[in-house]
Write a protein of this length. Structure first.
Length: 333
């Protein structure tokens, strides 16, 4: 029985945090048996806004791979591969740029938001602007039909499917499948400071490798309701980062519902809800951190997993590239 193919991955710009776990890693664990899953260590993509620091990108390849394995990704059931060592991805990116306009790339909502967040102004790296075409190459090279993404990334999948339709129209048949964006129910986790996005570089994230003290400090510093000044005051749940995290990680829905009701009518202090969240995060992260520490003692093992996965991915992506080139009618030698 042929399994559907799923492509997912992460930019290699640092180790992963609990936002990655809630947003994608949890789903990847569920997909390991039901899908042919490829996890892309996106180092080339990381260079689009980190070309000034290639050492960070290089170093983070192992860091991200360690996080994958530590949370439970099984390299015998999921393929971990390195983007820069898959030449078909770069070749398809160049090909696809002929099927999309600069104005369409610039209109992509995800790209517009990221350009604004990074303060590029008019000095946008060309690789960053062309990222939608590069992601389309990543997805289609594996013929992925499922792509787990955050809600903010959905416009990129839409643009991938636009390119797929153009390639298929040029080829005169369905050479490539369209991809379905799978968006987690929990949505994007805010930073511990209450800002809209938890990020590796923003200093507002809890790493999957965080120590108990770091977890405790992060939760204690977490944004709640600024108007909840006394225990007896009614508190707001909406926009309260602690409750957003509890929604993502607390598996006792009934108890959490009672907690919210109590907080909203007053009589429940921030210390109580933070204590509950800390206990949950300590229990979640401790085994991940311990596995990560053990795995990090054998870097050759990690590199071998990446090498084997990349070899498998290279066969898949090269075959797709050759099929596309032939289908659209380019000269054959």
């Amino acid at each position: 029985m042929i399994k559907p193919t799923i492509l997912t991955g992460d930019r290699t710009t640092g180790s992963l945090h609990i936002g990655h776990y809630a947003g994608s890693l949890r789903n990847r664990l569920r997909y390991q048996d039901s899908h042919d899953q490829f996890l892309l260590l996106a180092d080339t993509q990381a260079l689009t806004d980190n070309a000034h620091d290639p050492e960070k990108v290089r170093r983070s390849v192992i860091e991200v791979a360690l996080d994958y394995l530590a949370v439970g990704i099984d390299p015998t059931r999921s393929t971990i591969c390195l983007q820069s060592h898959l030449p078909a991805l770069a070749e398809l990116s160049m090909l696809y740029l002929n099927f999309v306009t600069v104005s369409r790339l610039a209109r992509n909502p995800t790209i517009k938001d990221e350009i604004r967040a990074r303060g590029f102004g008019r000095d946008i790296p060309a690789g960053f602007l062309c990222y939608p075409a590069a992601q389309a190459a990543d997805i289609t090279a594996f013929k992925a039909t499922v792509v787990p993404v955050g809600e903010d990334q959905a416009p990129l999948i839409e643009q991938t499917n636009e390119i797929v339709r153009k390639i298929n129209a040029t080829a005169g048949g369905e050479i490539l499948p369209e991809a379905l964006a799978v968006i987690p129910k929990s949505g994007r986790l805010p930073g511990i400071d209450g800002k809209a996005k938890m990020s590796k570089s923003g200093g507002n994230a809890i790493q999957l490798s965080a120590t108990p003290d770091a977890i405790r400090a992060a939760v204690r510093a977490m944004f709640t309701d600024p108007n909840h000044l006394r225990v007896d005051d009614p508190g707001q749940v909406k926009g309260n980062a602690v409750f957003t995290y509890l929604d993502a990680f607390d598996e006792d829905e009934a108890a959490l519902s009672d907690l919210k009701d109590h907080y909203q009518r007053g009589g429940l202090g921030d210390a109580k809800i933070k204590s509950r969240l800390e206990d949950i995060l300590q229990s979640l992260i401790a085994p991940i951190r311990e596995r990560r520490e053990q795995l990090s003692k054998d870097p050759a093992y990690i590199i071998n997993i990446i090498r084997q996965g990349t070899d498998r991915a290279k066969e898949r992506t090269e075959a797709t590239k050759q099929e596309i080139i032939k289908a659209i009618g380019l000269f054959q030698l």
